[in-house]
Design a protein around this ligand. Structure first.
Ligand SMILES: Cc1ncc(COP(=O)(O)O)c(C=O)c1O
Length: 326
């Protein structure tokens, strides 16, 4: 980043490193073409706009509790509707009329705590969207390169029409990207007529951070991350609460029932989260302050740190849970 900074921060044109990052992402995510932008919000907003442009349809379908940024397409309106996660039946009902340009979803939900897709769900979603001419946008802003050096959709052998990335691919600096099939992406100007630009898109310093991060991650052993996550889950589950996880990400719900969609998560005793957050701080553990945020595990954490942290958290969660059930 320092070396890149000295060469200049702003050219109004792609740099060599941006092209390298684009090529690396295309290859790792099996995409034909990709555009670098500045945030996950921009990536999903432009992917949705592109779907509206490409299909010439007017509506957007999303998943209840799914988060894609703070643009208007993230919120229900006369143009945006949402259905529960893990119900392909609901998706089929909505899409059968051919009104929706796209369905956008996180393959593993990460903004209502962690909610995993049930077996066959993503495959069904791919089949229904394809059949109804609805573009499938998989939002990998959280999951991309987190569970392994690939987007989550490749573990389920799903080919989305468009995919979005941010967070990890920027190595801690502002960065997002959207990409997909050639036929759709070639609509983006200057090759096509879909307008999308950004003064700071692909800024050299973010690109340098992203490129280096991706190079480091490409040789990482993600089984270490799985092991660390398993340790965290084992301790947390001792509290009796429902714990959902995916490699590198987990969350607890103040509930003893299965959580497989937003309405399940909303039924948990969310009010217990703030006391847990405060008590965790007292114990030297900084959790995300909001109950619906995911806990992430990093390669830099050690087994000892994860073990001690989650054992301590589990004790407190169990105490609060039992006290509330009395
Ligand atoms: C799945 C998902 N999509 C999009 C976004 C928006 O990304 P950003 O905060 O970079 O705009 C987020 C942010 O947390 C996210 O979790």
């Amino acid at each position: 980043m320092k070396e890149t900074l000295e060469l200049g921060t702003m050219f109004g044109a792609p740099t060599e490193q941006e092209v390298q990052l684009g090529e690396l992402l295309n290859e790792a995510a099996s995409l034909d073409k990709i555009r670098i932008v500045n945030t996950g919000t921009e990536a999903t907003m432009h992917a949705i706009r592109l779907a509206l442009h490409y299909t010439k349809r007017k509506k957007v379908l999303k998943i209840k509790g799914g988060y894609h940024g703070t643009h208007p397409f993230n919120f229900d309106s006369e143009f945006v509707e949402s259905v529960e996660f893990n119900s392909s039946k609901k998706i089929k009902e909505k899409l059968s009329g051919g009104e929706f340009a796209c369905l956008i979803l996180e393959p593993v939900m990460g903004n209502m705590g962690v909610i995993n897709p049930e077996d066959g769900y993503l495959e069904d979603v791919r089949e229904i969207t394809e059949r109804t001419g609805t573009l499938l946008i998989v939002d990998e802003v959280i999951t991309g390169f987190r569970t392994g050096f690939f987007p989550y959709y490749s573990t389920e052998r799903i080919d989305p029409d468009l995919a979005t990335f941010a967070k990890i691919i920027g190595g801690g600096l502002p960065m997002g990207a959207y990409g997909g099939r050639e036929e759709i992406m070639k609509e983006v100007r200057p090759s096509g007529t879909f307008p999308q630009a950004g003064t700071y898109s692909g800024n050299p310093v973010s690109v340098a951070a992203g490129l280096e991060t991706m190079r480091i991650l490409s040789s990482k052993d993600y089984s270490k991350l799985r092991r660390l996550t398993d340790i965290a889950v084992k301790h947390l589950a001792e509290s009796g609460l429902t714990v959902n996880s995916q490699t590198g990400m987990l969350s607890m719900f103040f509930s003893d029932k299965r959580v497989s969609r937003a309405s399940d998560a909303l039924k948990s005793k969310k009010d217990l989260y703030l006391p847990l957050f405060r008590e965790a701080l007292e114990r030297g553990i900084y959790l995300a302050p909001s109950y619906d945020e995911t806990i992430f595990i990093s390669f830099v954490h050690s087994e000892k740190e994860v073990g001690e942290t989650f054992q301590s958290l589990s004790e407190e969660a169990e105490r609060l849970w039992k006290a509330s059930s009395r």
